[in-house]
Design a protein around this ligand. Structure first.
Ligand code: PRE
Length: 302
């Protein structure tokens, strides 16, 4: 049985994602996202499940930062989960002065809280389930959590289906130490983090390497390198798998152009979106062109 670290404690959205991505495996809660990833780096877990992107709040920056530091890890699978929240209270609570949750969750229910719990002060906790633990301990009055959290903590449901934006989703990834990659499926996502050189047009050139090969971007985030003010790392997700000639060709170009490129994984997309090939940029076009150059070099063709 594999050991899967996840951003816990029990009852987080991430726990549900881990159950979907690694059914039947041993789940080990970690208090923070960096701690879940550190467990894999230290060999205390075989893989980790962490949130990476929310359709309302965008990137989960703790995940991006942890993936770009320390020993490399690669994503091998992903799942998209619908996100709607419950508000949990201690039984008998009548007045709600504080509402605790993960900052991402608080941001997704801000209007609901203003309208339904006027005057309640939002308080950030390390995760949605950590907020339930704190409410149970009497530290805060209400917790904004995944609906499943009520099964783990002795709290009462004050409201369900709480969300400012309907149909919000969070994407979660399963990461491991570098090793065998999942096979390409024709509906894959590749992720990298690149430190572009600090000069005019560097980011545009980097994106152009993808664009000229007909590679469709699915996400772009910038995070500071933390060393020099104004210096950024770019987290880029795009359609395709590193095993494909056109993707390999693009990665080689990025490796040439950037100060540093880290491969963060190629795996099937949870939304099953098939990769559309631009004319002249299909894998056969790349293989055919490389073959033609080889035969020119050998004097067999012109
Ligand atoms: O705290 C949790 O329950 C999480 O799994 C984290 C997280 C996030 O980081 O975005 C996951 C989904 C929701 O968008 C809110 C919080």
């Amino acid at each position: 049985m594999s050991r899967i670290a996840y951003f816990g404690p029990q009852g987080t959205f991430t726990e549900q994602a881990a159950r979907r991505l690694a059914p039947g495996e041993e789940l080990i809660p970690a208090e923070t996202i960096p701690a879940a990833l550190a467990a894999v780096r230290a060999g205390a877990a075989d893989a980790a499940c962490v949130p990476i992107e929310n359709s309302v709040e965008g990137a989960v920056t703790a995940t991006l930062d942890s993936l770009s530091e320390a020993e490399p890890l690669v994503a091998v699978a992903e799942v998209l989960l619908p996100v709607h929240f419950s508000v949990l209270i201690r039984p008998g609570t009548t007045e709600i002065r504080t509402v605790a949750s993960h900052p991402h969750a608080l941001a997704q229910v801000r209007h609901w809280v203003e309208a339904n719990l006027p005057g309640a002060r939002p308080v950030a906790t390390s995760s949605t389930a950590a907020a339930a633990v704190a409410v149970d301990a009497g530290e805060f009055d209400a917790a904004v959590t995944a609906p499943v959290a009520v099964e783990h903590y002795p709290l009462e449901v004050r409201a369900t289906e709480v969300a400012d934006v309907r149909d919000a989703k969070t994407r979660f990834i399963l990461v491991r130490a570098p090793g065998d990659l999942p096979e390409p499926t024709g509906a894959d996502r590749t992720s990298i983090v690149a430190a572009a050189t600090n000069r005019t047009g560097a980011l545009a050139e980097l994106l152009t390497e993808l664009a000229v090969r007909g590679i469709n971007l699915t996400k772009l985030d910038a995070r500071p390198t933390r060393n020099n003010f104004g210096e950024y790392r770019f987290f880029i997700d795009f359609e395709g798998h590193v095993a494909e000639p056109r993707i390999g060709d693009a990665l080689a170009a990025l490796r040439r152009r950037c100060r540093n490129v880290r491969f963060l994984g190629s795996h099937p997309r949870a939304d099953n979106g098939k990769t559309e090939m631009e004319p002249g940029a299909a894998n056969e076009d790349f293989t055919d062109a490389i073959g033609w150059v080889e035969s020119v070099r050998k004097g067999a063709q012109a």
